[in-house]
Design a binder for this molecule. Structure first.
Ligand code: SF4
Ligand code: SF4
Length: 103
């Protein structure tokens, strides 16, 4: 499980590097670079922190993703979980951050 960083979208803010618990992302020439993809355990923290939706989270077959890639964009407290499916279709799930941990 790993992530992919879109170099065209990355603005080099460094937030993904700060939140990654494994210190797996580094900065190179002002852009974020995933240095240790095999060590990523898929916590998705970096994906949620990125302010410009530059980080794609690979959804493998082991979790039913069949090769889809997810990015997250924000609109205030609303997170848009954008699923880019391998067949070209896109699905968006909106989550309100204020209620995401309510039971
Ligand atoms: S998904 Fe988690 S472990 Fe993997 S690079 Fe992002 S923050 Fe680090
Ligand atoms: S959080 Fe996003 S924009 Fe900021 S450095 Fe990481 S990939 Fe680039």
């Amino acid at each position: 499980m790993s992530i992919q960083i879109n170099q065209q979208k990355c603005v080099g803010c460094g937030q993904c590097m700060e939140v990654c618990p494994g210190t797996l992302i580094e900065k190179e020439q002002g852009k974020a670079v995933m240095r240790y993809p095999r060590d990523c355990w898929g916590c998705a923290s970096c994906v949620k922190e990125c302010p410009v939706g530059a980080i794609g989270f690979f959804l493998g077959a082991d979790i039913g993703g069949n090769g889809s890639v997810m990015t997250v964009t924000k609109d205030g407290q609303i997170l848009h979980w954008n699923i880019h499916k391998s067949n070209g279709r896109e699905v968006t799930i909106d989550v309100d951050r204020r209620s995401s941990n309510k039971y």
